[in-house]
Design a protein around this ligand. Structure first.
Ligand code: HEM
Length: 147
């Protein structure tokens, strides 16, 4: 029984980390695409290509990855009975923030596709720092477990 639990835990953790990598890669790429998109001529063929690339990145990488990260994470916490751990609560706070950022990015992409360019390239580049900072805090919380 102990052996089965240990093997399940390791496979769940591997799945979790794999999809964390995909999710983070998508979160780093999408605002970059938006910067290039905003540099294209409104209504041009180049703009249409960026709209298509952004939609594919969201549909093929970002949406499946966020779902898988959450499902594997919840399964890990349940299998290892970790729900009462303070470091997990702190981690979840940052993960919720990151999930909110994801939702906001997806909504901004839909606005861009309608021709509404409300942020500057500089603002988008600054926003791109969010996932890196959040990932650093989350990894420290889950590996160092400071509390
Ligand atoms: C979506 C909600 C999430 C939940 C519920 C969750 C939960 C968990 C749990 C319970 C573990 C196992 C901890 C252990 O046994 O040591 C774990 C491992 C891990 N998580 Fe998450 N996690 C989530 C999202 C994330 C995100 C967004 C990142 C990174 C940006 C991340 C990075 C990691 C890493 C690197 C590990 C492996 C730590 C180790 O080697 O022990 N997780 N996660």
């Amino acid at each position: 029984m102990e052996q089965i639990l240990q093997t399940t835990y390791l496979w769940l953790k591997a799945g979790h980390v794999i999809f964390v990598i995909f999710w983070m890669a998508g979160l780093f790429m999408l605002p970059r695409y938006y910067v290039y998109h905003q540099e294209s001529e409104p209504g041009s063929a180049e703009e249409a290509r960026w709209i298509d690339r952004e939609a594919k990145l969201r549909k093929i990488i970002l949406t499946p990855s966020i779902i898988a990260v959450w499902l594997f994470g919840i399964a890990l916490a349940t299998t290892m009975d970790l729900w009462s751990q303070p470091w997990l609560h702190a981690k979840l706070l940052f993960v919720l923030g990151l999930s909110g950022y994801h939702g906001w990015l997806a909504a901004y992409g839909k606005k861009l596709a309608r021709g509404e360019r409300t942020l500057s390239g500089k603002q988008l580049r600054l926003l791109n720092e969010i996932p890196g900072l959040a990932a650093a805090v989350i990894v420290v919380l889950v590996i160092v477990r400071p509390f």
